[in-house]
Design a protein. Structure first.
Length: 120
């Protein structure tokens, strides 16, 4: 029983459980590292990259605000949903995660006004 690596190390992109017709979900903590939402052009670039890896998918740009007691949070994520359209294996999902990480890092590096955040 070791620690779950996915939960103990910070990462830009990670797999999350799917739900309903979504077989696999990859979440990209874009806002945490970029300090902004992904632009439409950046999301289009991600879609072009993913189309060479997986046949059918959806990309959701999400901004979520949570409030409770004295805590307030805002999370900006890009979510990749892979539909249950056939066999999707772990290797394919790992390729999607790697693609999403490279995409996010490239988007962040391309913005010179981010200071240390641009060094992902």
């Amino acid at each position: 029983m070791g620690a779950n690596r996915e939960l103990s190390e910070p990462s830009i992109a990670f797999r999350a459980p799917g739900s309903g017709d979504v077989a696999h979900t990859v979440r990209v903590n874009f806002g945490l590292y970029a300090g902004r939402n992904a632009t439409q052009a950046e999301i289009d670039d991600l879609a072009r990259l993913l189309s060479g890896i997986v046949e059918s998918f959806a990309i959701v740009a999400e901004e979520r605000h949570e409030f409770g007691g004295s805590v307030e949070t805002a999370v900006r994520q890009t979510v990749i949903e892979i539909e249950e359209t056939g066999f999707v294996d772990d290797e394919l999902c790992d390729r999607v995660v790697a693609c999403a990480e490279a995409w996010a890092a490239g988007c962040i590096r391309s913005r010179s006004d981010l200071g240390e955040l641009g060094e992902v």
